[in-house]
Design a protein around this ligand. Sequence first.
Ligand code: RIB
Ligand code: CA
Length: 344
Amino acid sequence: MSARRPVLLDCDPGIDDALAIAYLAAEHRAGRIALQGVVATAGNVGIDDTVRNALAWLDLAGAGAEVSVAAGAAGATVVPHAFTPETHGPRGAGYAALPEREEGTTARALDARSGARLWVDLARAHPGELVAVVTGPSSTLAAALDLEPALPRLLRRLVVMGGTYRGHPGNTTPVSEWNVDVDPEAADAVCLAWEAAREADPAVAPAWWCGLNLTERAVWTPERSERLLAQAASADGRLVSLARHLVDALRFYFEFHDSVGEGYLAQVHDPLVAWLALHSEAAVTEPVHLRVECAGEHTRGMTVEDRRGHRGRAANAHLVVDLSVPGGPDAVLDEVMAALADPG
Ligand code: RIB
Ligand code: CA
C-alpha cells in the first residue's frame, strides 16, 4: 500500500461499520492513509442515526476534524427503505451510549455537501488515487454516479461489502445479503456503471465485491472483546473510551446473532472489507460479470455472477473469494485491534 493513500468510506453505522470507522481512523492517525471522507447512508437505521453514529465513532476514534463527514441517501432508490433495528439496536449502536454532540461544541461539523457530492468532489480531487469502501447500501454511490458517470474511471478502486456468492445463503432472504437487498436498484446501478466504464476503457479497475461467503468468516467473539478491553487498560484514555463503547455495541450484536442461530458471537463484515481495501495484495479475486436481480418474487436482491461469459460482457467486478493471509480473517481482526491500539 502506498503511503497516505486517500480513502473514502461510505457506511451505515451500524455496529460492524463502527469497527470499520475506528480501524480506518486509526490508520489515518498513524499516517498510513489519508481518510478524506466518511459518508453516512441510511441503512439498518435511519439517516439521522447513521450520521450521528458516524460523527460519534470518529470522535471516539480520535480522528481529526480534517475528515469530512457528509449525510448520504436517506433511503433506498426506488422502494420504501426497510429499517431493521433488531440487528444493530434502535439507534444503530447496540447498547453503546454514544456521547451526544451539541452543534458547535466539537471541532468536527457535518459537511454541508451531500454524501453524493462528497464522493464526486473527492474522486475529482484525487483522480486515479482514491480508494472507496462501501459498507452499507449503495444508495449514495448510485446518486454519485448520476452526478458523475465518470466516477469508476476517477477511482483507484471501489471495494463493496455486498451480496453473497458461490451458493452461500443470504442473510436477508435465502439468496440476498442485506446491503444489496435493501436497495437492489442502487447495487445494480453500480454494476452497470462499472460495465459501461470498462467497455469504454478496459483500464478501469473492476469493482471489488466482498460477499457473505467471505465476510461471515470474520467472527468477533466475547473473548476478543475482553482482549480489547485489556489492551485498552494498558493504553491511553482514548482507547479505553473507544473500547468500552465498541464492546457495549458488540454485546447487542452477539445477542442478535444468537437470536438467529449463529451463536453468541458477531460476524463483523465491515472491518474485514475495510482492511482488504488497504491490503489489496491479500485479496484472492475472480473476474465476473455481475448484475443484481431487481424483479424476481423469490430472487430480488440476489447477486448474479456470470463466470462463463453467458452475457457476452467483459468483467465489471472482481469477487473477493478468499484471503491469502496466514491465520485468515482472525488474523485480520488481530491487525484491526492492533491498529486501534496504535497511538499514532
Ligand atoms: O450483510 C452484512 C452487512 O449488513 C454489513 O454491512 C452489516 O453492517 C449489516 O448490517
Ligand atoms: Ca454496514
